[in-house]
Design a protein around this ligand. Structure first.
Ligand SMILES: NC(=O)c1ccc[n+]([C@@H]2O[C@H](COP(=O)([O-])OP(=O)(O)OC[C@H]3O[C@@H](n4cnc5c(N)ncnc54)[C@H](OP(=O)(O)O)[C@@H]3O)[C@@H](O)[C@H]2O)c1
Length: 294
């Protein structure tokens, strides 16, 4: 039995793709136990009806997949982990950085793993989950006891037919995605435009250079492979062009009046700057501007 904590877009994508009958969502305390039913639209082929039950108290899953938003993850895990055996691998799917480290620091003896994925899922209407884009998923350990459980977790999640691979350098992989998100998401939320349009805005053009200087210094201070500001800007703008028509998750959250994950993207970089004594005024400004929108 695979348990999924966070029955949102990502959680429903993995639940719909895993073998039928082998998945259960983790309920909130005191939640009703009627199964969760929804329609799932795959990348190809017809829509299917999915019914996923909730995990009973006495069931011990072989894997816990965590698909809450970064800001909810620690609180969501607290009541669950008191009932979960110490040996169950826990795979964190949150975007950005900061929440994963907090979980690993809170439960250092548990097998905590992090995943980063470029799969896309959304819920354009109530009761419908759409697999919006094919991607790849990498999984790696954050705690020592997680190391031996990477390949088992990878093969369990690969039963979906999605591309899932082990990543020995998962923090570096998470940083790579963070860099792109830090250079695109806040701008799209503030300017309220699709990814590609930020490139033509003077606000973006004014701040992207200094932002890349900050990120380059933070990468070096964190012991990550060095990247020049020019190479960072090139990578950010390539993704912005390749996803020009897309709405970023941060803009989508803003439009739906949901809290954003800014604290785990530019906010994380600003906090890291304070820790290392590196000035990060642009990351702080972007964080503040997005929080004003929140
Ligand atoms: N969607 C994507 O395409 C995608 C791609 C890559 C990465 N990610 C990352 O994956 C994470 C999840 O994204 P998402 O799009 O799936 O978000 P989402 O649709 O908002 O789903 C999060 C789910 O977590 C639930 N939740 C919150 N607190 C909980 C708690 N204490 N106990 C149980 N459930 C709780 C929420 O329930 P309520 O709605 O009832 O609050 C919601 O159903 C984010 O970090 C995101 O950045 C998403």
């Amino acid at each position: 039995m695979i348990a999924i904590l966070g029955a949102g877009s990502m959680g429903r994508l993995w639940a719909a793709k895993l073998p039928t009958g082998q998945v259960a969502f983790v309920p909130r305390p005191e939640q009703s136990v009627a199964p969760l039913a929804y329609h799932f639209r795959p990348l190809q082929g017809p829509e299917i009806s999915v019914q996923i039950r909730w995990l009973y108290d006495f069931q011990s899953p072989s894997l816990l997949v965590v698909t809450t938003k970064a800001g909810d993850t620690l609180n969501a895990l607290q009541p669950v982990l008191s009932r979960l055996p110490d040996t169950t691998p826990i795979v964190l799917f949150q975007n950005g950085l900061g929440s994963q480290q907090r979980v690993a620091e809170t439960w250092p003896n548990r097998p905590i793993l992090a995943a980063t994925t470029t799969e896309g899922a959304n819920r354009p209407e109530s009761g419908l989950t759409v697999h919006a884009g094919k991607g790849e998923t990498w999984i790696g350990a954050l705690t020592p006891t997680g190391e031996t459980l990477v390949s088992k977790s990878v093969s369990t999640l690969a039963e979906t037919g999605l591309s899932v691979q082990a990543e020995p350098e998962i923090l570096t992989r998470l940083w790579q995605k963070l860099v792109i998100n830090a250079g695109i998401n806040a701008f799209t939320a503030i300017l309220n435009c699709p990814n590609g349009e930020i490139l033509n805005h003077s606000f973006y053009q004014q701040w992207i250079g200094p932002l890349c200087n900050e990120i380059s210094a933070l990468l070096a201070a964190s012991g990550q492979p060095p990247r020049s500001p020019t190479s960072l800007r090139g990578a950010i703008e390539t993704v912005a062009r390749n996803t020009a028509a897309n709405t970023s998750s941060m803009r989508a959250d803003r439009l739906a009046r949901r809290p954003t994950e800014i604290d785990f993207i530019n906010g994380y970089l600003a906090r890291l700057g304070a820790e290392y004594g590196i000035d990060t005024p642009v990351n702080q400004m972007l964080t503040d501007r997005v929080k004003q929108l929140d």
